[in-house]
Ligand binder design. Structure first.
Ligand SMILES: NC(=O)c1ccc[n+]([C@@H]2O[C@H](COP(=O)([O-])OP(=O)(O)OC[C@H]3O[C@@H](n4cnc5c(N)ncnc54)[C@H](O)[C@@H]3O)[C@@H](O)[C@H]2O)c1
Length: 352
């Protein structure tokens, strides 16, 4: 029995998580896999009502009592400074030391990509984004704020330990996936300190994996190559900010943000799984958001928990729905969020 904390969050996070939960329930009915879901209402609504974002002690509870966390999305225009979202999202990522953000860029059907003559085998790689350092740690400050002489400083942190563990993780992932190549991407030609460290550590760790081909692209060139010849990539490892950006590019190559899934991993602890997209406030509660990114995130989560067959059932079901145009409007289909979720559940049952 696995115990999963479910945090729908805000906006369309709530809409897509409902469908993700339906898929988990269908999987448990079809396969007999035993999963306990425990729901948490952390998000803007609770924050505005009670002033609580992520209650004290919850990280310890998640660590001790849960096997995984599923998160919808965070962000609400009523909280313009995003305080609750930062507390919850960064609270989980930093607090649980989820240092590897794993984001598959996987084309499920050629009709979904804007790339010409690109098939499923041409676009199938994984980006490992460092998830606990760089500019997102919130170190910096203002000087002479709101004057003409204002200075704003945002520090980028790169530690030896942080860079080494994420590169090592990427090599291990490449090994586990049978990938022959690992690509490291940085901007070491311009960022002469932080990314010099990435260069040196990549070389050192790479010596432990002589059987994996190692190559390097500057991040601007990587973006170009992702469009020009994506088939060259198997596993890509990069820093937090660059990983954030290139995975949005990757999401569009695979069919849009509504399809992109991600895992936040600490190999020695409880991990958190979330679709890549945000809370898209303009679509919130309108039953139009694409739930496939959240559903494919369930696949990542179940596979991480050791349920490989169950994960495969989910991916096959989503592929089937795409082939049959049983999709939401962003993918050109006629379905609502709820109908698209139902279609996936139906396709899972049909395989049983
Ligand atoms: N991890 C997270 O929780 C996370 C990630 C990104 C953004 N955010 C937050 O979400 C809020 C909105 O941010 P944003 O508009 O920049 O990004 P967003 O991902 O919410 O939406 C951007 C656009 O992508 C499309 N889109 C995204 N998800 C979709 C889906 N499931 N189905 C169909 N179309 C979809 C929509 O056109 C949408 O307008 C902000 O508050 C932002 O800070 C949160």
């Amino acid at each position: 029995m696995k115990r999963i904390a479910v945090i729908p969050g805000d906006g369309i996070g709530i809409d897509v998580t409902r469908e993700a939960v339906k898929v988990i329930e269908t999987i448990t009915q079809v396969t007999g896999t035993r999963v306990e879901l425990v729901h948490f209402d952390y998000g803007a609504e609770k924050y505005l009502r009670e002033g609580i974002s992520l209650p004290e002690g919850m990280l310890e509870t998640f660590r001790r009592e849960y096997d995984a966390i599923f998160l919808g999305a965070l962000g609400d225009p009523r909280v313009p400074d995003m305080k609750h979202a930062a507390d919850i999202l960064f609270g989980l990522r930093f607090g649980l030391d989820l240092f590897a953000n794993v984001r598959p860029i996987k084309l499920l059907h050629p009709k979904l990509t804007p790339l010409k003559n690109c098939t499923e085998k041409d676009l199938n790689f994984t980006v490992v984004r460092e998830n606990t350092e760089d500019m997102y740690v919130g170190i910096g400050g203002f000087f002479k704020k709101n004057t003409d002489d204002e200075v704003a400083i945002q520090e980028s942190i790169n530690t030896r330990k942080g860079v080494e563990r994420v590169i090592e993780f990427a090599f291990k992932l490449a090994e586990a996936e049978g990938a022959t190549t690992l690509t490291m991407s940085d901007k070491s030609n311009a960022l002469r300190y932080g990314h010099d460290l990435w260069q040196r550590v990549f070389e050192i760790v790479g010596k432990r994996y002589p059987h994996i081909k190692q190559n390097h692209w500057y991040i601007d060139a990587l973006s170009m190559q992702m469009v020009k010849k994506p088939s060259q990539f198997k596993v890509v490892v990069t820093s937090n900010v660059f990983g954030d950006i290139v995975t949005d590019l990757g999401a569009q190559l695979q069919g849009g943000l509504g399809l992109a899934a991600s895992a936040n991993i600490n190999p020695n602890g409880v991990c958190m799984f979330e679709p890549v997209h945000g809370s898209a406030p303009k679509y919130a509660g309108k039953n139009v958001a694409n739930p496939f990114g959240a559903i494919l995130t369930v696949q990542l989560m179940l596979e991480h928990l050791g349920y490989k067959t169950e994960g495969r059932l989910i991916e096959n079901a989503v592929r089937h729905c795409i082939v049959e145009d049983q999709t939401t409007q962003d993918l050109g289909g006629p379905l609502s969020t709820v109908e698209a979720g139902n279609a996936v559940c139906h396709a899972i049952r049909a395989q049983a």
